[in-house]
Design a protein around this ligand. Structure first.
Ligand code: 2NE
Length: 275
């Protein structure tokens, strides 16, 4: 595909091509750790992809390799700007704005695929966990570090991880803070497949193109259905929003609006009460 750059960012790269958006965390000197600005830019790019009706799939990845030859997807919050109450931005305000980003990735009605080469660690690991699919390079390394560095993610980072790999494995991952290679990640159901690192982007594009052949409404309803099982009333709201969207698209739904605008009683008697 021919990637076209979109916008101007400092910490990320943003490209689009043929229905696919590619968002790249671009701080390889920090193993792609995120500071508040990185997260703000990621949020902006993901929001743009959500709003763009031509985009059906978003690839999230990390720039690399770094000059030392090592790859990273993301190594979590930038510890050098971590203050007393979160990660401190240029204005001195402490933030945990990555939690907003996690919710956007989960709730947006497009498929988000993490392409993981090298380290997916800490809050960077949680980012791939909340993506719909993960394709791992053969050099990928996964793990949480929170209890080692005085942090934890008890939201999706714990509960949704446990939905993916099971309670015992999720507790092991958090309590021991070990690192797992790509094959171990595949074996525990943490990723969808493993490919040679040089083929990572090509594989991601292939998966995206297969998804783009499918029905957008079927995919969006399925994503919200999977979420509804885990996300309580917020998940039900997403699923129900799709029911409302589909109802608006029917003649019966439009009749109510039309009658109001024409200042007449609605004629719903023409529609059947299906069994
Ligand atoms: C990722 C890992 C395992 C890589 O190890 P290695 O040996 O390959 O690289 P090295 O030398 O540690 O890192 C290379 C450079 O990147 C910086 C390092 O400080 C180093 O910088 P220089 O010494 O060359 O100047 N770097 C790497 N990760 C960084 C980070 N997260 N923040 C700032 N600088 C970082 C190894 O680097 C590692 O373990 N990194 C830390 C992982 C970590 O603990 N992340 C935070 C978890 S908490 C979190 O993300 C979080 C949360 O729990 C809840 C809410 C929001 C966020």
């Amino acid at each position: 595909v021919e990637w076209q750059p979109v916008g101007t960012f400092e910490d990320i790269l943003y490209h689009k091509a043929d229905g696919i958006a590619k968002i790249t965390i671009n701080r390889p000197h920090k193993r792609n750790a995120f500071r508040p600005k990185t997260v703000t830019e990621l949020y902006t790019a993901f929001s743009n992809a959500r709003e763009d009706t031509r985009i059906g799939v978003v690839l999230l990845t990390g720039a690399g390799p770094h000059t030392d030859g090592k790859y990273a997807f993301c190594s979590g919050g930038d510890q050098s700007v971590r203050g007393d109450a979160g990660y401190v931005d240029d204005a001195g305000v402490p933030r945990l704005n990555v939690l907003d980003l996690q919710r956007l990735i989960r709730s947006m009605p497009k498929v988000v695929i993490a392409l993981v080469a090298g380290y997916a660690i800490g809050g960077g690991h949680v980012l791939h966990v909340v993506c719909d699919l993960t394709i791992a390079a053969d050099n990928a390394i996964f793990g949480q570090t929170g209890p080692k560095v005085g942090s934890f993610d008890g939201g999706f980072g714990a509960s949704y991880l446990a939905r993916s790999v099971g309670q015992k494995k999720a507790r092991e991952i958090w309590f021991l803070c070990r690192q797992y290679d790509a094959q171990q990640a595949l074996d525990m159901g943490l990723v969808n497949c493993v490919v040679p690192v040089d083929e990572l982007e090509t594989e991601g594009i292939q998966w995206a193109q297969e998804i783009l052949q499918k029905s957008p409404i079927a995919i969006r309803c399925l994503k919200s259905a999977f979420n509804a099982d885990c996300d309580g009333q917020a998940g039900l709201q997403e699923l129900a929003g799709n029911a409302t969207l589909l109802f608006y698209m029917t003649e019966e739904g439009a009749e109510g609006k039309q009658a109001f605008l024409e200042k007449r009683p609605p004629n719903f008697r023409q529609y059947p009460w299906l069994p």
